[in-house]
Design a protein around this ligand. Structure first.
Ligand code: UDP
Length: 330
């Protein structure tokens, strides 16, 4: 099948493109290259440079590419930035997605898989979190993604648009051959920052908050490897196009959490020298704990993560960063 991968030049998008090609599909990427990298895409992938805030360009892209299905990754993704600039987040993530869905409905009403986030749950009481847990985002980023989920529900009812929502927990790691990996313009993710600190690009790591109601006081997250997450997209789009029920949401995580301190311990172990660590204040918008209940995706889509060891996950990221200390060349 021919997939249009929107935001396919980004971190998760580019790993998914690779897995889609490996599964025998054809791929066209649509990306504005604001944070994605052309080099992250194999030569056989067609790239359309366009912005989600440009509806005529979206309609033209869908009409020229004629995809059988769409996977939508393109978004701003930083919790703390979203708290400082909520307008940018609502415009890019909500208006941009709305434009894309409207363009799909106006041109080719093809199935779509949407990248959502564990941040939609916010301070969910229970752990692990099932898909039907209360949604109470603590950041504008989380709110923006939850709004897009609502838009999809309405488009599903009104226009019969088939869709699946994947709610990612904390994505990390890199392709094991370390040819692609994480390279965001602003570095905020824990593992990436720690590894860049190990490379001497930063002096020390801050533990953002040590007074959370968690076993060691630092935030707990469920770290899922980007290759496993990419496989989840392949499973989801194949199922949806194959006639599986629309309007489903799936958590994508491993089902167990690690604290910030535990992640930094794993980084120290992989890198071989302890990083300088300092305890800092809480980061606005961070819920104390986000751990998936991934039972639904495992049962219904046969999701079977291959990277279940934190040290191994960190090792793939380390191999990417030490071989590409400044990321992609472009
Ligand atoms: N974090 C930290 N120090 C850092 C970067 C992140 O303590 O230098 C914490 C962050 O506050 C959160 C956790 O690590 O509790 C995971 O943050 P990340 O930005 O990697 O992912 P998010 O959970 O925001 O998607």
């Amino acid at each position: 099948m021919h997939l249009m991968v929107v935001g396919g030049a980004g971190y998760i998008g580019s790993h998914t493109v690779r897995q889609l090609l490996g599964a025998g599909h054809r791929v066209t990427v649509l990306d504005n290259l604001s944070s994605g990298h052309r080099e992250a895409l194999p030569g056989e992938v067609a790239l359309i440079v366009a912005d989600l805030l440009d509806p005529p360009a979206l309609r033209a892209a869908l009409q020229s590419a004629q995809p059988d299905a769409v996977i939508h990754f393109a978004a701003l993704i930083e919790v703390s930035e979203s708290m400082r600039s909520p307008g940018r987040y609502y415009q890019n993530n909500v208006t941009g997605s709305l434009n894309l869905f409207q363009a799909i409905v106006d041109t080719r009403k093809v199935p779509i898989v949407f990248s959502s986030t564990a941040a939609v749950y916010g301070e969910a009481g229970a752990a692990p979190i099932p898909e039907d847990a209360a949604k109470a985002p603590t950041s504008s980023y989380g709110h923006s993604k939850l709004m897009v989920e609502q838009i999809l529900r309405d488009f599903g009812v009104a226009h019969g648009l088939p869709y699946t929502v994947l709610r990612y927990f904390n994505v990390c790691g890199a392709a094991p051959d370390h040819t692609i990996g994480e390279d965001h313009p602003n570095k905020t993710h824990l593992i990436e920052l720690a590894l860049l600190t190990a490379l001497g690009q930063r002096q020390k790591m801050f533990v953002n908050g040590t007074d959370y109601p968690t076993p060691d006081g630092s935030c707990v997250r469920d770290y899922v490897h980007v290759m496993d997450l990419a496989d989840a997209h392949v499973l989801a789009i194949q199922a949806l196009v194959g006639g599986a029920a629309s309007a489903q949401a799936y958590n994508v995580g491993l089902g167990h959490g690690f604290s910030v301190r535990q992640v930094l311990d794993a980084v120290d172990e992989v890198v071989g020298t302890p990083l300088t660590r300092e305890e800092g204040p809480r980061r606005p918008g961070d819920p104390p704990s986000l751990v998936a209940d991934p039972g639904k995706i495992m049962a219904e889509l046969k999701f079977a993560p291959r990277f279940t060891d934190l040290g191994e996950i960190v090792k793939t990221a380390w191999d990417w960063h030490r071989t590409h200390p400044h990321g992609f060349e472009s």
